[in-house]
Design a protein around this ligand. Structure first.
Ligand SMILES: [Zn+2]
Length: 307
């Protein structure tokens, strides 16, 4: 959106309060990660003005819950857009970072993942994570938790748990994203995300083949038919994954979803510094060996799709 064309464009900067909540979150947890954050809410029409506090608390909580599984510290710059351009919710890292050449593709990390992994912010002071939420979805479907850290109150039976959605959306920013075809995982010429390099299409199902994920799941992980960058299916392969917070089929109303061991394993496979006992995958050694020789001209950042 062009600010000049929208005179009522309103930005609510809540950076200081964001840090305060993040500090509070750290105080109550045996934190593995120090994921503090800044939050900018972009709500040009004030459509979600009454949700300002909930947006803040749920961003804080989602980062807190992921932070329990990530062995890194960072301040995550979140830009949250209230917009009718999406039917429900979508998010992505705002940029990507080149990490290597795998023999056939230049491989890119999610910008947020890269920041957590290396300490380097690929796009400097610009936001790390872009989130887009429909105001109608927020007001008529989501159930905002009065304590999104404890998550103990019953979720309203007829509503979707907002904390689950916020965690899910940050999952896309952390690793569940790329440029592969939604059904087959087929790639554009020459480049791939870390996720894309670990998917395999067998003509019927798209699978995630990271070593840690396969160890946790007991084999290749079935991704959602027609909805790559998610796990699970309504029928057949992956029908046992519908309770996973990163499932791409349905988020049941009245249901609270939690970060799973599979989510942690998948992000480990994607190179994130997760709190886990599983070993690093061998892929990164291969990528590293190619660093010096290949593709310097291909290293510009690439924009990621929203998920
Ligand atoms: Zn999703």
């Amino acid at each position: 959106m062009n600010a000049a064309a929208a005179p009522l464009f309103r930005r609510l900067r809540t950076t200081a309060a964001g840090l305060a909540v993040a500090v509070a979150a750290l105080a109550q947890a045996p934190a593995q990660a120090a994921l503090s954050f800044t939050l900018e809410v972009v709500d040009p029409n004030g459509a979600a003005a009454s949700f300002k506090d909930q947006i803040h608390s749920h961003v804080a909580a989602a980062l807190f819950h992921w932070g329990q599984h990530i062995d890194a510290s960072a301040t995550v710059a979140v830009q949250f857009h209230v917009t009718d351009a999406v039917p429900r919710a979508a998010a992505a890292s705002a940029t990507s970072a080149w990490v290597g050449f795998d023999g056939s593709h230049h491989v890119y990390d999610q910008g947020l993942s890269h920041k957590l992994r290396t300490g380097v912010d690929a796009n400097g002071a610009a936001p790390d994570v872009l989130m887009y939420f429909s105001p109608t979805y927020m007001s008529t479907e989501l159930w905002f938790d009065s304590d999104p850290f404890a998550r103990s109150a019953p979720v309203a039976a007829g509503r979707t748990d907002a904390v689950s959605i916020f965690i899910h959306e940050f999952g896309h920013a952390l690793g569940y994203n790329g440029w592969g075809d939604l059904t087959t995982g087929a790639l554009p010429a020459g480049y791939a995300s870390t996720w894309d390099t670990l998917t395999r299409w067998d003509g019927q199902t798209l699978w995630f083949t990271g070593a840690n994920a396969m160890q946790v799941y007991g084999g290749a992980v079935p991704l959602t038919a027609g909805n790559n960058f998610h796990v699970g299916n309504l029928y057949g392969a992956g029908s046992d994954l519908l309770t996973d917070i990163m499932n791409g089929v349905v988020m049941e109303r009245g249901t609270r979803y939690h970060i799973s061991a599979l989510n942690v394993a998948m992000l480990t496979d994607l190179g994130l510094p997760m709190v886990a006992v599983v070993p690093e995958p061998a892929q990164w050694a291969l990528l590293g060996s190619g660093l010096l020789m290949l593709g310097w001209l291909q290293r510009r950042r690439r924009e990621l799709p929203l998920r």
